[in-house]
Design a protein around this ligand. Structure first.
Ligand code: DGL
Length: 291
């Protein structure tokens, strides 16, 4: 949906909305906080419906649309879909339905991988939903049609990382299990295609070997967010420290505890947003659109 030409509001003071199925998007938020320290952010973790990696395209479109409607009605100047599974399944549907600019997470990582790969052999570690969508293959081939793309789905890895200790045996065994077949394809660049995986980046690097360049798309996403704000003239100009607010659909205390581990800073107050509230925002958005 395009923005009406009569809408000439100054949007720069509005926060940036970021959402994920749970905690993984906090690795994207972290890079945004480093790159854009004076911006305000509002983060929604859909922990009640985590994990997204096992959901269907239709479910992911519905969840992402509800959260985008909620954030748009809260008032944000840009939306970051900080979840690969949701981006892969729902980015076109979101762009069709909302007028707020939306940054997804697949393309920035694909671009960095293509630019970094000397041998044009690119590996992707991602959830089942992301692999099944084929979006990485499309994004990489859109930039280099002859690059080899080797995808490896990593069932449960995000769940183990989110729910346990990143150095637990469960995580180590899973990382070993998923990196072994990928290593056989001899990629020179591997994309961490799930927002949870940067938490196990040292382990991935050890198991894939020193010759493999690991791409953390979060860095590229933060850069893209900065570029969009600058080009549209909606970046915060003041020298200030931004404010952050956190919402989740599941248990608030768990979010606060696990979130502090992901973000490595206290989250402060976390508000719970009900699934019914999200659904109501979507209905209100639709009603406004058809009015
Ligand atoms: N954050 C999700 C992603 O980047 C992974 C976790 C999940 O399965 O929900 O795909």
């Amino acid at each position: 949906m395009t923005r009406p030409l009569t809408d000439t509001r100054d949007l720069s003071a509005l926060p940036i909305g970021v959402f994920d199925s749970g905690m993984g998007g906090l690795t994207v938020l972290h890079e945004c906080l480093v790159a854009l320290p004076s911006e305000d952010f509002i983060y929604v973790g859909d922990t009640a419906r985590f994990p997204y990696g096992e959901k269907t395209k239709e479910e992911l479109e519905r969840y992402a649309t509800q959260i985008a409607a909620f954030l748009e009605c809260t008032g944000v100047k840009l939306l970051v879909v900080a979840c690969f599974s949701a981006t892969a399944a729902a980015l076109p549907a979101l762009q069709a339905r909302f007028s707020t600019p939306i940054v997804g997470v697949v393309m920035p990582g694909a671009r960095a991988a293509v630019q970094s790969s000397r041998y044009r052999r690119i590996g992707v570690l991602a959830t089942e939903a992301t692999v099944a969508s084929g979006s990485y293959e499309r994004a990489i081939h859109g930039l280099d049609v002859a690059a080899e793309v080797h995808q490896q789905a990593c069932p449960k890895l995000a769940t183990f990382i989110q729910e346990g200790d990143v150095a637990s045996q469960e995580v180590v065994d899973a990382v070993r299990r998923y990196t072994a077949p990928l290593k056989e394809k001899r990629p020179d660049v591997v994309i961490m295609g799930c927002t949870h995986y940067p938490l196990v980046a040292p382990m991935l690097q050890r198991l894939l070997g020193r010759d493999v360049t690991l791409v953390n798309p979060a860095l590229e996403i933060a850069r893209e967010v900065g570029d969009v704000l600058a080009r549209q003239g909606i970046a915060r100009q003041e020298d200030r420290e931004g404010e952050y607010s956190f919402l989740c659909t599941g248990d608030v205390e768990t979010f606060r505890a696990v979130g502090a581990r992901f973000l490595q800073m206290p989250l402060g107050e976390v508000r719970q947003v009900g699934l019914d509230e999200l659904a109501a925002c979507e209905a209100a958005h639709d009603a406004r659109g058809t009015a």
